[in-house]
Design a protein. Structure first.
Length: 298
């Protein structure tokens, strides 16, 4: 006779299934370290979610029993940085670029990753979700929309070199400030070059690479660079002119078990607040009409 496990497990059934003591399981539940839900005062556990949780811990190179630090890794964004603070999420930000953020998330080194990825063929609408779906160790991820952002060239006031695109930057030998390899803005640059039939070595590059968009702005303001790719909000804050290039998706990626943690929930609740929408309009270059919606579940 074959005995089938129920789809939803009680606390004692889940503890037996995971070979943990009930006390240890309660500890994990209390810090949001394991996928669970409370129904009429009782904790229940999806067997499928537990299997994914175990698989992610094994394949991600970190212990599934250890909650990730309360950090949002990945890309820098002024609106996100402000929202993390104003929502009292108690989540810190570690801006190292989109691809590095995904790597840290897979390793269990951050709670979430902020990403904006770009494809060489120009289909950026699915770039973020495809990257998450294909990422090793992220078999239990959820992608949450944060905003659409306007990316473009930051140039000195008045745009003295009359820059409008990659071809113009190459032709005028304008000094271009770069972002690090794996940063979303750098991926956008490579995609724009590919679409224009240009090579990176045809450009006049300023070194070293700038860690964030505000660092690009500082390079242009100081005269060290003539231009660089960043968002309209960064240009507006720095008092620079902005040449629009594309609108992109800027998303947050978390493991499913982290979605219900107090920090992320405080942030997602704040995204529905009128203050968030007002701040986005004030900074400029944001469309936050879909903020907080689920775009993909692994």
């Amino acid at each position: 006779m074959t005995i089938h496990m129920p789809e939803l497990l009680t606390i004692d059934e889940a503890a037996a299934y995971l070979r943990l003591s009930e006390r240890k399981l309660y500890e994990l539940v209390s810090v949001g370290g394991i996928p669970s839900t409370k129904v009429t005062g009782k904790w229940l556990f999806s067997k499928l979610a537990l299997d994914r949780w175990l698989a992610a811990g094994a394949q991600g190179g970190s212990s599934a029993l250890t909650p990730a630090p309360p950090i949002v890794g990945g890309s820098h964004d002024p609106l996100l940085e402000w929202a993390l603070r104003e929502s009292r999420s108690q989540l810190a930000i570690l801006a190292e670029g989109s691809e590095t953020g995904l790597t840290r998330l897979a390793r269990g080194e951050v709670t979430a990753a902020a990403i904006h990825l770009h494809r060489l063929d120009g289909d950026d609408e699915v770039a973020n979700t495809e990257a998450v779906a294909g990422a090793s160790g992220l078999h239990d991820a959820v992608v949450i929309a944060f905003a659409r952002r306007e990316q473009g060239l930051l140039v000195a006031p008045g745009n003295p070199l009359h820059l409008a695109d990659m071809a113009g930057i190459a032709a005028r030998k304008a000094r271009l400030a770069l972002r690090p390899q794996g940063a979303g803005a750098q991926l956008l640059l490579l995609a724009l070059l590919a679409r224009g039939g240009l090579a990176l070595n045809t450009l006049t590059i300023v070194k070293p690479a700038c860690p964030t968009g505000p660092d690009i702005a500082q390079a242009v303001r100081s005269g060290r660079a003539d231009c660089g790719i960043a968002t309209r909000s960064v240009a507006q804050t720095a008092g620079l002119d902005f040449v629009p290039l594309v609108w992109e998706r800027f998303d947050l990626v978390l493991r499913q078990r982290a979605y219900f943690l107090p920090g992320p929930q405080a942030l997602f609740g704040f995204l529905r607040n009128s203050a968030f929408h007002e701040r986005a309009a004030e900074l400029g270059g944001y469309d936050v009409s879909e903020a907080g919606t689920v775009r993909h579940v692994s």
